[in-house]
Design a protein around this ligand. Sequence first.
Ligand SMILES: C[S@@+](CC[C@H](N)C(=O)[O-])C[C@H]1O[C@@H](n2cnc3c(N)ncnc32)[C@H](O)[C@@H]1O
Length: 222
Amino acid sequence: MFSSLAHRYDLANHLLSLNQDKRWRKAVVRWANPQAGQHLLDLCTGTGDLALDFAKAADIQVTGIDISDKMLAIAADKTKHIGFDHRINYDEGNVLELPYPDHQFDLATIAFGLRNLPNYEQGLREMFRVLKPGGQLLILEFSLPKGIWGKLYLWYLKNILPHIGGWITGKKDAYQYLDQSIRDFPAREDLSDLMRSIGFQDIGIRSFQGGIALIHQGLKPQ
Ligand SMILES: C[S@@+](CC[C@H](N)C(=O)[O-])C[C@H]1O[C@@H](n2cnc3c(N)ncnc32)[C@H](O)[C@@H]1O
């Protein structure tokens, strides 16, 4: 699905979120506060926007992994064009079976990716496995606000967003899937509990736009 809309993915993201997606990714970078020499794994890296934000912020090594070669081709082009290919490498692979040894990365991030995995728990277990002890995971994901704002947002997701998304990308069904995947994704407390059950500690949450987007953080114990 992502391969089929890769060429319009960035444009659709920025238009549909009124550019807020850029602000949310930058908030992930600020929270991680990357230090020179660290190694970051950006899972479901897509067209590489979060990987690039990290590479611009500090002299770190970034590995981006994604299952879609088309998304990765766009990421690699952008990275080369901006001149950051010395800091970022991209791997094609499945987040549910990461091709890396245990205890490899200082930081792991996943932006708008966890919701797309057929098994959230297995994905989180893989992230836990490849992080070093003391390593930090940051998850940026859509969520459903509570109350009247949540009801309005659901109405927008169901009735408006697929039309605009379809118009921009030619793939209306992808944006109908977005609506369903946001409804199916665990609520903030349930995701925190799942992270704790895998072994993450110090779970923290930041909320944006009344709960439309959340960042969950967890640390792998020392
Ligand atoms: C909504 S995009 C997010 C891209 C990017 N992180 C961003 O912030 O815009 C989700 C990405 O997850 C990737 N993806 C879905 N399932 C995956 C899996 N099992 N392993 C690796 N990547 C996967 C898709 O190919 C797609 O590029």
